[in-house]
Design a protein around this ligand. Sequence first.
Ligand code: SF4
Length: 76
Amino acid sequence: QANRVDENAPGSAALGYKHDATKVDTKKFPAYAAGKNCANCMLYQGKPTDPWANCAALGGKQVAAKGWCMAWAKKA
Ligand code: SF4
């Protein structure tokens, strides 16, 4: 899926992004807490039920609903 974010690209790696939030390196990214994920982040540009959606923080590429990065902000 060409339009999906590459976890290993410099921009996403710098934010600690993982498609699977449980794989986040919590030593480097202590802001992660269980239950935080892209689906409940205000930057997720899809419905919470969409498995993939664009994210403005990651260049408008698609991120996984179950993913997470340090730009996470609680959806209002
Ligand atoms: Fe996921 Fe939010 Fe980070 Fe985008 S900003 S990758 S939606 S946690």
